[in-house]
Design a protein. Sequence first.
Length: 365
Amino acid sequence: MIIAIIILLVVIIVFLMLYNMSVHKKIDTFSNLNQKIVSLNVLQEFMDTISEETTANEKIKKINNILIEKYDIKYSTIVVYNGAEYNIKATNVEEKHWDTLRNLHSEQIFKDSIETATPKYITVDKEGERLPYQKMEFGRAKSAMFFPLYIDNVYIGYWIIESGKPHDFDNIDTTILEVVKNNIISAIKTIEKQDIVENIVRDDEFTGLKSEEYLYGEGKRKIDQYDTSAVCMFKITNIVDINETLGRHTGNQVITKISDVVRQNISAEYVFVRYMGPKFVIIFSGIDTEGVTNFITDIKEKMENLKIQQVEEDVYEGEEPEIARPKINIAVTTYYKGTALEGTTKKLENYIDAAKPEESQINYI
């Protein structure tokens, strides 16, 4: 009787152990599936953020905030090397710690990680200890995972996540974090191109206008507040003749006076840039091509009625200064939000450049 009871208990214990293992397996499977779903959602949010009409810096900060929220990370910092120095692109750590975070590449504990392109996990065992890279702080971080970032085998910086608890990342799924890291790299790679465009915008020496690149960064964000806009490109068609016959200083004066006429007559909500050489672009945000016809006709007349006296530096001794009279050729088309603005302006440029030198009219294409 006792033996039978013992056998029954053993069977029950074995059954419970097997059942417990099955439950744990299901929980692990569910957990992994849940993590994969979260990762897919994060990837989708990354893509949505990249496509937003905001600055490159705002995008990378939003991506970092997504990581913090979705993965319940205490601290997350993305640092990028621009070829000259390390810049913190995004972090939720207090600014007083930024000098430490932007110099982690020089810490011995992370050098092997950078050289081998492998993550590095460090933690403390006791509350009173501190991580090797912490100089003046004790209580903020007790665990950290360091991920070097590479684009096409070129080192571009690192991503570090930190926790205020010892051993907090002991059981974290590093596979998921590797996927997240790769998503960060893809986002940086995409945003980097936008960042380049935004940083090469210059103010034109003679007109004070923004250069063409402004159209594809801040200008485009301004334009894309509307579904459609009229894009007008005009060219001073006789600028070469003016330069050759009256001098380059006079040619520069013509360009300056032309830009002044337009600037004084357009609304501040419209975008006006010196596109290239004698070509300029005006984008009438939220206005269709029919709505700008009267304005363009009027502004063309104002520009061609200018009588610009030859600049003193271009007048030969003993001669009287001559008068420059600009001739303007204009092309107008519609830009649709979400399409390639550079394609729209290129279409106008090709049309204007292919026109006969003597052409001076308004063309709708």
